[in-house]
Design a protein around this ligand. Sequence first.
Ligand code: HEC
Ligand code: HEC
Length: 215
Amino acid sequence: MALFTALALTALPALAQNGEKIAKTGNAAGAPACMTCHGASGQGQPAAGFPRLAGLNPVYFVRQLQSFHDTTRVNPIMAPIAQQLNDADRQALAAYYAGLAVTNPDGEAPADAKSLSAGETLAQRGDWSRGVPACAQCHGPKGLGVGAVFPQIAGQSATYITSQLQAWQAGTRKNDPLGLMHGIALKLSPTDIGAVAAYYGSLDAVPSTKRSVKP
Ligand code: HEC
Ligand code: HEC
């Protein structure tokens, strides 16, 4: 076990190693250690609304840091941190977090069955009478994300998903390509948001091998 870990670490490319250093100890410009909030292995802190960073697509990751910096994504916690990162730091952190394994969250409070089933319907089918597209169209059938543009939302905490949908409604997050999420969020009621956030929060963050293998 220890030998494997040591080998894996020495095999990490230099870029990811620089990212790991900043994530664990911060940088000389004053950026704090990311792990304080995003967890020692990048899994986030569901109850606090600190998102998981492990496994995020690196292009998406860099763009979010730029957005916190240019305030197209307004957040009082991340804004000052993003100011203290330069381009090389952003690339290094993105490489490091992209390489971390995703694990399933343990211990988010289970949502009620009615809310989960309403959330599933919205996520998988949308509601065309109100012009709400299925989330799955862009985020993938299981919410695991598609490429650099559509991030994984499965297994991100309900608290965080809710806060992001509210931010798009309020216009404090307006960094999304073509305003796709802003337009969708405006059509969602508070009940919709609670339901869809509970649904995605309840999904596995890691593709389940058990379920993907056909009997
Ligand atoms: C004091 C707590 C704190 C620290 C330290 C912190 N973050 Fe964050 N981070 C947050 C919060 C809160 C959010 C959610 C912001 C929002 O709601 O828009 C966030 C969001 C993010 C996101 C967006 C994730 C997504 O899915 O869109 C990225 C990327 C990120 N942080 C990177 C970092 C990096 C890199 C560092 C270290 C240099 C760091 N954070 C340090 C609290 C923190
Ligand atoms: C037409 C495509 C599209 C559809 C449909 C869509 N999304 Fe998104 N979503 C996006 C894009 C693009 C982003 C990334 C925005 C960015 O780059 O900041 C995103 C980001 C998100 C995020 C932020 C993830 C993070 O890590 O911060 C959440 C949460 C989210 N979407 C939830 C939903 C929900 C819930 C639905 C269904 C009601 C939905 N989306 C439907 C395109 C879509």
